[in-house]
Design a protein around this ligand. Structure first.
Ligand code: UD1
Ligand code: CA
Length: 457
């Protein structure tokens, strides 16, 4: 049997108090719906149908890359049963169908596989969970033999039924033709005036089908996101899961509760992160990379034996082996550090290559620059790359020495082995091996006397 998945994502998410459709709220920088799609893709379904409604254009635009999705519009949200029905015309009748929710992002593929494994084709299979507090969920009704007879929504449940702690997670597997038949016989005569997908279960049982269930052991997996509080809880659970998986494969985390990954991290042996490190986008680390507290690293490639010290922000950067960065460094996109280069505190770089063993250790801005090997960039050096209208390059040759507090007014080239005296404003190229100096001559005034404080009577 081929598998087709229907993801319900039409709800507005009123309790988010947001103009954004609920499924576009983000977990680790990605929409909730994308997390669900990633998981169901692992089941290798023949097709994925997403039922969208509220803020539909926004949802489709944001997920424009999901070219394996068949978008099904539910113009009015008349209930989960109505939502699934919108997708039925697009299902092949012999498909096994799995219904998932776009706002339940932490479900695992293995759990869904277990549900699919229970679905005989004769009757539906349900993912249920045992909750201490089942409030808000549909309850699973069973007869004296333990067989499922129906699901009752909380709004329609009797006092006795509300005591039941086995709940419907919402994940249901069923043959497409079964869904077709049973969805046809449901109506809106219930407490919420909605078409309940859950009524399919009662219909199936009445038609003689047996309903199988799989109990989900981890309640985190089935937690829905309906409010900012639940979104934040899901984020922490997701992060905890990621941190654990990374540690299992060797990443050292001083405190896994104070680490966030919003993207993809690859790393070598013996990498250690201090607290409050945030990794985003695609980040690759070699062996023995240490990252100090409060660092943000985005879309960067970092080599072996690199030390990133506290409070550094690194984005769109390539750092070769044995470099040292920070504390308090800001490396902006297009920065390349060749091996052994050092960027120290309060240094900003952008679109700049710093050659092997070159240093900018204190308080500098180096932008649109190509810096050779073993160059020393003194404290307070600025490449004046912007003339108010255009950006210009600075080139600094190997072994050059740029004295403190110098301004290199681009476009300008400092030749190999050249020296720029401290405090210079360099507006013309400096030849190889020469000293350039623009500072005013120092004067010594022998006749000068320091003013004396006048005595007040
Ligand atoms: C549903 C189940 C309930 C289960 C709970 C688990 C029904 C009737 N009830 O209740 O048994 O315990 O989920 O979380 O199915 N949606 C649409 N179109 C609609 C209505 C909903 O796409 O017309 C989507 C929502 O965006 C959401 C999902 O379906 O992703 C569930 O809808 P929601 O209203 O949250 O269902 P519950 O009342 O929580
Ligand atoms: Ca819900």
């Amino acid at each position: 049997m081929t598998l087709e998945v229907i993801v319900l994502a039409a709800g507005k998410g009123t309790r988010m108090h947001s103009v954004l459709p609920k499924v576009l709220h983000e977990l680790a920088d990605r929409p909730l719906l994308e997390h669900v799609l990633d998981t169901v893709r692992q089941l290798r379904p023949a097709r994925i149908h997403v039922v969208y409604g509220y803020g539909g254009e926004q949802v489709r635009e944001r997920l424009a890359d999901a070219d394996d999705v068949n978008w099904v519009e539910q113009a009015q949200q008349l209930g989960t049963g109505h939502a699934v029905r919108q997708a039925l015309p697009d299902l092949s009748s012999d498909a096994l169908t799995l219904v998932a929710y776009g706002d339940v992002p932490l479900i695992r593929a293995d759990t869904l596989r277990a549900v699919l494994g229970q679905c005989s084709g004769q009757g539906p299979a349900l993912l249920t969970a045992e909750l201490k507090d089942p409030t808000g969920y549909g309850r699973i009704l069973r007869d004296h033999t333990g067989a499922v007879t129906a699901i009752v929504e909380e709004a329609d449940a009797s006092e006795a039924e509300r005591q039941i702690t086995e709940i419907n997670t919402g994940f249901i597997a069923c043959s497409a033709d079964g869904l077709q038949v049973w969805l046809d016989s449901i109506d809106t005569s219930n407490g919420q005036g909605e078409y309940y997908l859950t009524d399919v279960i009662g219909c199936a049982v009445q038609a003689g089908a047996t309903v199988c269930t799989v109990r989900c052991a981890d309640p985190d997996e089935i937690a829905g996101v309906n409010s900012q509080v639940e979104l934040a809880k899901s984020e922490r659970r997701f992060q905890a899961r990621q941190a654990e998986a990374l540690m299992e494969t060797g990443l050292g985390l001083r405190d896994p509760a104070r680490f966030d990954l919003r993207g993809d991290l690859k790393f070598g042996k013996d990498c250690v992160f201090d607290i409050n490190v945030v990794i985003a986008g695609e980040v690759t680390l070699g062996d023995q990379v240490s990252v100090g507290p409060n660092c943000q690293i985005i879309d960067s490639e970092i080599g072996n034996g690199v030390e990133i010290r506290a409070n550094s922000v690194i984005e769109g950067v390539r750092i070769a082996d044995h470099c040292s960065v920070g504390p308090f460094a800001r490396l902006r996109p297009g920065t390349v550090l060749d091996s052994g280069a050092r960027v120290g505190n309060f240094v900003e770089t952008k679109n700049t290559t710093l050659g092997e063993d070159s240093k900018a250790n204190h308080l500098a801005y180096v932008g649109d620059a190509t810096v050779g090997h073993r160059v020393n960039i003194g404290a307070g050096v600025i490449t004046c790359n912007y003339d108010g209208a255009n950006k210009h390059p600075t080139v600094i040759g190997d072994d050059a020495f740029i004295g403190s507090n110098s301004a290199l007014v681009a476009p300008v080239t400092v030749g190999k082995g050249a020296t720029v005296g401290a405090g210079s404003a360099v507006t013309r190229d400096v030849p190889e091996g020469q000293l350039a100096l623009t500072r005013a001559e120092q004067q010594v005034r022998t006749d000068w006397q320091r003013p004396k404080k006048e005595k007040k009577n």
